[in-house]
Write a protein that binds this ligand. Structure first.
Ligand SMILES: [Zn+2]
Length: 301
């Protein structure tokens, strides 16, 4: 069984609180682990969440503010200490290369693992695997910020009644899938498109085209809602979103499961984020994230 789930490691913007660690998120997607925005303390949060360095295959950093990147130093050293045997690739804005270099080599340690760097400097595809295409889109924040999106390629779902009506069974099912036709019967006649799943990670941005491009049609959208709507001016001034804005984006993009996170320390009432996202008209599944929460990617439609 392939596992697709979000493991929330931390949910605080700017500074950790008594109840929220700095940001950090692991996406398990089939056999791979993608670590997003490891803030300070991520190594310990991984331990608490049951995530090992061996679970990591990719690291995606949206931008170089501390709450999204200070954990790199510890996580990278842990990857080396544990001698992770497979390739790990790090994506981050190229404009922040000097910050990445400092975090990677912040103290002395023995390097045992070749960490591949694949910096981002424009919108587009970063990587393609059998189970996803990883894309980046530029966001709008006081420092350069990129959001990330995973798109699983569409597949085909076989239709048992149609197969039966053409008398196709046994090994012939595999054959028509591989070859696209069997005699006069084409694959299209006995199957339908199985839409690939989509996941997006939108962190630290004001509303911009990139937000909508990332969120479009997502099964799961993890998005910052640093502020409540009453503090809209703060959100505008600091380049962030409010809960209502995040809810409206998810509504317009047809998101199925919305995960709100990256909360300012000024609020102590998480339910208000949900109320405001709902008031904006979002009707899908909604989670107000807290640390160590696991959220499964919704089942295929
Ligand atoms: Zn932040």
């Amino acid at each position: 069984m392939s596992v697709r789930e979000l493991v929330v490691l931390g949910t605080a913007s700017q500074v950790p609180t008594r109840h929220r660690n700095h940001n950090g998120y692991l996406l398990r997607w089939d056999g791979e682990g993608i670590l997003f925005d490891p803030g300070e303390g991520t190594q310990r949060q991984m331990l608490r969440a049951g995530v090992a360095a061996h679970d990591l295959h990719r690291i995606c950093v949206t931008h170089f503010h501390g709450d999204h990147s200070l954990g790199l130093a510890g996580v990278i050293q842990r990857i080396n200490l544990d001698r992770v045997p497979h390739e790990i690739t790090a994506h981050f804005p190229r404009s922040g290369q000097r910050f990445y270099d400092r975090l990677r080599y912040s103290t002395a340690y023995r390097e045992t693992v070749p960490l591949t760097e694949a910096p981002v400097d424009s919108d587009g595809v970063l990587a393609s695997t059998k189970s996803y295409v990883l894309e980046a889109h530029k966001l709008s924040h006081p420092v350069e910020s990129y959001g990330y999106r995973l798109v699983e390629p569409d597949g085909r779902r076989m239709l048992p009644e149609r197969l039966a009506s053409y008398g196709i069974g046994g090994v012939d099912v595999g054959r028509i899938q591989r070859e696209g036709a069997l005699g006069d019967v084409s694959l299209d006649e006995v199957s339908e498109v199985r839409r690939g799943q989509r996941f997006a990670f939108v962190m630290d941005t004001r509303l911009c085209d990139g937000v909508y491009a990332l969120a479009e049609g997502c099964d799961m959208l993890v998005i910052e809602s640093t502020f409540l709507d009453g503090d809209m001016q703060l959100a505008v001034d600091h380049g962030h979103l409010t809960a209502g804005q995040a809810g409206a984006v998810a509504r317009d993009a047809g998101v199925r499961h919305l995960v709100l996170t990256h909360f300012s320390q000024r609020y102590s009432e998480p339910d208000e984020f949900e109320r405001q996202a709902r008031a904006a008209g979002f009707e899908g599944e909604l989670t107000v994230a807290h640390d160590l929460l696991r959220v499964p990617v919704p089942k295929r439609r």
